[in-house]
Design a protein around this ligand. Structure first.
Ligand SMILES: NC(=O)C1=CN([C@@H]2O[C@H](COP(=O)(O)OP(=O)(O)OC[C@H]3O[C@@H](n4cnc5c(N)ncnc54)[C@H](OP(=O)(O)O)[C@@H]3O)[C@@H](O)[C@H]2O)[C@@H](O)CC1
Ligand SMILES: [K+]
Length: 450
């Protein structure tokens, strides 16, 4: 599973607006459908490698894309069949159907499968779940490889509704822009590899996939403090804070202080008695304070979070430190990255509604902070509306301590100054790239190893 890096993600309605704008500026919708069908035909041609292709067409424009692809594949000499659920209902789809010179089979129990199927049944126009009988029949169709046009048929393109499992795709050709279903669970796991076919639609989206990880080469005039000094506050379980501090150095911070721990996981980390914490907060060189890893709720945490906020240093708040800071975050004016996992998010933001992107945006707006809403489909949201979706991440990160490592990486990126959203995005990209590099057998310590 993969998605293109730094790609725009639009809702269905924003996609329609972008299509309309494209048509208004001179590229007709029929031209867009021709380009969409050509992109699908190209991929089907390569995936089939001479094997027969079955194109499943729905009644709307998604089906129209399928008829165009069928015609182009036949022109290339491919062995291609078309089967339709219902006759086309839109003018564009009717026109595309009219140019397909071959037969159109019904999609019923008599339909013979093919090694490669193109799913052009439903795209962003699906407004309700597929009938259970149809969903079952599609899944029962024995095909080796499925190419979904725009989205796998049956998923809610906006990723808000968890409808019955769709026809799962091996490759999904996203048209014009990615949709939320390509990056949010549960839909994303049915998309296989997502390819983006530009088809000429211009969209300047503030919601995008994660960019490629940064290569933080130090500048020639860099020194340890200019690369970022971070302060990690250890709680009763100092191992978690130690992981965060080590991650900070590995992610490019020049200087890391671990406050309240006897030993440091790396010799380069300054481990010191917690009594120095207030004085350290007063050190103007400290570019970020990380607090929360290994620090359960209680008076000590409340006190340490309060003094970190009073110091006006940029903050990375994880776990119970998020709850401790919430009342002051809602007052605004702080620079902070919050890193809740699902349980912590629901506890802190019980009123957030909608899909995961909407909920992350609501939490960011409520707190004036950057929110990294963690999970297999991590979403990073900024109060100004920017979002980075980190799907598919790395499944090897599903192990204890990796959240502490992410908090430390955020501290490193934030400690250099600059935009906290960029810092959070870079930290997430670093975290995933590191995990992908290590792969099977990963434990959190490996992320901060050599
Ligand atoms: N982005 C772009 O620039 C371009 C996009 N293009 C393509 O257009 C696609 C969007 O096309 P679209 O709007 O016609 O909707 P589409 O997904 O075909 O489905 C609508 C049909 O499904 C029906 N229907 C709905 N739910 C149903 C259900 N549960 N069970 C059964 N039926 C159901 C619905 O019927 P109704 O709701 O009216 O009853 C209607 O007939 C887009 O994904 C992309 O592939 C390209 O061609 C050009 C460039
Ligand atoms: K589809």
């Amino acid at each position: 599973m993969s998605v293109p890096a730094d790609a725009p993600i639009l809702t269905s309605s924003a996609m329609r607006d972008a299509e309309a704008a494209c048509a208004a500026s001179g590229t007709s919708l029929s031209e867009l459908m021709d380009r969409a069908g050509a992109a699908v035909a190209d991929i089907a041609w390569r995936m089939a490698a001479g094997a027969p292709v079955l194109i499943l067409c729905g009644p709307g424009n998604n089906g129209g894309d399928g008829y165009v692809a069928a015609r182009l594949l036949r022109e290339r000499g491919a062995n291609v069949r078309v089967a339709a659920l219902a006759p086309p209902t839109t003018d564009l789809a009717k026109a595309a159907r009219a140019k397909w010179a071959g037969a159109v089979e019904p999609i019923d129990e008599t339909l013979a499968p093919a090694p490669v199927a193109v799913d052009a049944l439903f795209g962003v126009g699906l407004t309700r779940p597929l009938a259970a009988e149809l969903a079952g029949r599609l899944r029962a169709l024995a095909v080796r490889r499925v190419i979904a046009v725009d989205v796998p048929s049956g998923v809610d393109a906006d990723g808000e509704h968890d409808w019955a499992p769709p026809l799962p795709a091996h490759v999904t050709v996203a048209l014009g822009a990615l949709k939320r279903a390509h990056v949010l669970l549960p839909a994303a796991q049915h998309c296989g590899r997502v390819l983006l076919a530009g088809i000429g639609i211009v969209c300047d989206a503030t919601i995008r996939t994660l960019p490629r990880p940064p290569a933080p080469l130090p500048g020639v005039t860099s020194h340890k403090f200019s690369r970022g000094m971070m302060l990690v506050r250890a709680g009763p379980m100092p191992g978690a804070a130690a992981l965060a501090a080590a991650a900070g150095l590995r992610a490019g911070a020049g200087y890391a202080v671990l406050s309240g721990a006897d030993t440091a996981p790396l010799s380069a980390i300054i481990a010191e008695d917690g009594d120095h914490y207030p004085a350290r907060l007063g050190d103007k060189r400290v570019g970020a304070v990380v607090i929360g890893p290994g620090y359960p709720a209680g008076m000590a945490l409340d006190r340490d979070v309060a003094s970190a906020i009073d110091s006006a240093r940029p903050l990375v708040l994880d776990a119970a430190a998020i709850d401790a800071a919430l009342p002051r975050l809602r007052g605004g004016g702080l620079t902070a990255i919050l890193t809740p996992h699902e349980g912590e998010f629901v506890r802190a933001f019980p009123g957030a509604e909608g899909g995961k992107i909407d909920r992350a945006l609501a939490a960011a707006a409520e707190t004036g902070s950057v929110v990294i809403y963690k999970g297999a489909d991590t979403v990073i949201a900024a109060p100004d509306g920017r979002v980075a979706a980190a799907w598919p991440g790395s499944p090897w990160l599903a192990t204890a301590g990796t959240g502490d490592v992410l908090a430390g990486a955020c501290g490193a990126m934030l400690s250099r100054g600059g935009d906290p959203f960029d810092a959070a995005v870079q930290a997430a990209a670093w975290h995933i790239a590191r995990a992908a590099h290590i792969g099977p057998g990963l434990v959190a310590d490996d992320l901060v190893g050599e």
